[in-house]
Design a binder for this molecule. Structure first.
Ligand code: GTP
Length: 345
């Protein structure tokens, strides 16, 4: 089974984190996001993955060249200029055939893809869109379906008095090859704003598969942190790297936690980290490899990528720090803030 994963977007809402790292490669609890996506897809029998890349393509390809176990065949399709979601799918046409999955590359999800595919086949659909319920549909495009799951209407950002459903597009699709003929080549074209509404108007059988399984897109700082928190709480069953030394505390090889440091679970510590005496970690602190937290510094509700140093007495809450940052002694950052790689804070 083939899956096309769209990872070419700029990820502007994650700036400055995505200045140097594509959104698909930001770490999600110390594993590159695209690696988690590949593990998810292979659980459902996907053995050929096509990455549709544009912005910062190299880190993605380099990662899978280095870490390919051979169980999955990888392809990369490049765009000179962003072609938007449907344009990117069209651009990969030569590698696509039969029935295949298409996924946004920034969703962290546990939706059962076997169920999505069975539903698609049973309905004789040409396009199936996985749908997920949200609390506030007014911020999204909602998708109305009838009793059989057939899509009746797309509604962008409805007002509360227009809300008839809270089901939104989850960014997981099943396509029949013939749908590709509906996308114009070599120009930007959107699935949500062009392909789907036009296909609906023209009577193409399109169905929505509703799932309440875990789903979040990691496209904003807030949601990126929330995805970490959810993982540490066990809302989504994914591997957490390191040894679980006690309930809710994972520690990587060669890390040292001094006596007199306080760890309030859940906390994840990468490899080769140094936690000094008097330091306080947690709850919900995730440290990448080779992070050091000096004496009396506190890190809570935060994600620190590898190589960062938190100076003596500093306090971080709701922070996301890119690679190799330096937090100067005594610094306090206690509202949602993200720093690019190599920042001095
Ligand atoms: P923002 O700039 O923060 O809105 O993020 P984004 O560029 O990733 O856009 P969005 O979240 O809407 O994209 C959803 C998914 O589609 C992401 O996985 C993107 O990488 C991908 N995507 C968006 N636009 C393109 C594109 O032009 N080409 C390709 N190949 N992928 C895209």
């Amino acid at each position: 089974m083939k899956a096309l994963v769209l990872v070419g977007g700029l990820g502007t809402r994650l700036y400055p984190l995505t200045y140097h790292v594509p959104k698909a490669m930001v770490p999600m609890v110390n594993v590159p996001f695209a690696e988690r996506m590949v593990r998810y897809l292979t659980r459902f029998g996907v053995d050929e993955i096509i990455f549709s890349v544009c912005y910062l393509p190299d880190p993605i390809r380099e990662h899978f060249e280095k870490h390919n176990t051979g169980a999955v065949k990888f392809h990369y399709v490049f765009e000179e200029k962003p072609l938007d979601t449907a344009g990117a799918i069209k651009n990969a046409e030569r590698l696509l055939d039969g029935t295949f999955f298409v996924l946004n590359g920034d969703i962290f999800v546990d939706i059962n893809l076997h169920d999505v595919m069975d539903f698609h086949r049973q309905r004789g659909a040409k396009i199936t869109i996985a749908l997920t319920p949200v609390d506030d549909p007014t911020a999204y495009g909602v998708v109305e379906t009838d009793d059989t799951g057939r899509i009746r209407r797309f509604l962008e950002k409805p007002r509360w008095d227009q809300v008839t459903t809270n089901h939104i597009n989850a960014g997981i699709y099943v396509f029949e090859e013939e749908v590709l003929a509906r996308i114009p080549p070599n120009r930007p074209y959107s699935v949500e704003r062009a392909l789907y509404p036009h296909a609906l108007e023209e009577g193409v059988p399109m169905f929505g598969f509703v799932s309440s399984d875990y789903w979040i897109d990691i496209g904003t700082h807030q949601k990126y942190l929330r995805a970490h928190r959810d993982t540490l709480r066990g809302c989504i069953k994914v591997e957490i790297p390191g040894e679980q030394i006690r309930d809710g505390v994972w520690v990587g090889a060669d890390s040292h936690i001094a006596e007199g440091a306080t760890i309030e679970p859940p906390v994840v510590i990468g490899r080769g980290c140094q936690i000094a005496t008097g330091a306080r970690l947690g709850p919900f602190a995730v440290l990448g490899d080779e992070v050091s937290v000096d004496k009396d510094a506190c890190v809570a509700e935060s994600v620190l990528w590898r190589g960062t140093r938190v100076g003596e007495g500093a306090r971080l809450r709701e922070c996301i720090l890119g690679r190799s940052c330096v937090v100067q002694p005594g610094t306090r950052v206690e509202t949602l803030t993200a720093f690019e790689d190599n920042s001095t804070v």
